[in-house]
Design a binder for this molecule. Structure first.
Ligand SMILES: C[S@@+](CC[C@H](N)C(=O)[O-])C[C@H]1O[C@@H](n2cnc3c(N)ncnc32)[C@H](O)[C@@H]1O
Length: 196
């Protein structure tokens, strides 16, 4: 498997691979992976300030109080793919939860990902993404932005909306009320990326 999937790090991996009795897997993972392989990596300590202070022009994605770990993982995955500067979440869900890690294919290790109690004050301009906003057009998303997305059921809080400099919507056909959270993150990030 190493030769096929990770030849670039084969030497480093070889040093650390251990064959363990099956019972060990039951203790390490909620679901034993069918591949028979578990990777153990140290979780980096990333603070919300480190995510927001990233000097890159690329946007930071803010998920306000997301509930669904698969959505969180899918949003992190597309944020890494599109080249976002990082992902912040608020609310009780941990963006490093094993279910979110699986959904993100471990891309929490590729871009800065942190949880905050609320969005701290920062130098980035806040753009809220909401079905009631101005229809999305190329060039509408400023550099150094925080792009904020709301919870699956409730959407964005009034407090966060009140702090925003722009409110942007993704056009939809009549009769459709909203997109899935991770789908909305994908549309917005790729609109930004394709304009670069
Ligand atoms: C499932 S939606 C929330 C639906 C919620 N009932 C509402 O009306 O906001 C989750 C988040 O995805 C984003 N979203 C979904 N569809 C959108 C659209 N068409 N335009 C802008 N944002 C959208 C928003 O950030 C929203 O808060």
């Amino acid at each position: 498997m190493v030769a096929e999937h990770a030849p670039d790090v084969a030497a480093a991996i070889k040093e650390h691979v251990r064959v363990v009795p099956p019972g060990v897997f039951d203790k390490l993972a909620p679901v034993t992976p069918p591949t028979g392989v578990i990777a153990i990596a140290k979780r980096p300590a990333v603070s919300p300030a480190q995510v927001l202070d990233n000097p890159a022009e690329a946007p930071v994605v803010l998920l306000e109080n997301p509930r669904n770990l698969l959505n969180i993982g899918a949003a992190i995955r597309v944020a890494a793919a599109a080249g976002a500067a990082g992902v912040l979440t608020t609310g009780p869900q941990d963006p490093w939860h094993p279910a979110a890690l699986i959904a993100a294919t471990g891309l929490q290790y590729a871009i800065p990902v942190a949880r905050a109690d609320a969005l701290p004050t920062c130098h980035r301009s806040l753009v809220v993404i909401d079905p009631g906003g101005q229809p999305l057009r190329q060039g509408m998303l400023p550099p150094h932005a925080v792009l904020a997305f709301g919870a699956e059921r409730e959407g964005l809080s009034r407090e966060l909306m009140a702090r925003a400099s722009h409110c942007v919507s993704i056009p939809m056909s009549a009769g459709v009320s909203s997109l899935n959270l991770a789908t909305a993150v994908s549309v917005i990030l790729y609109t930004w990326k394709l304009a670069q």
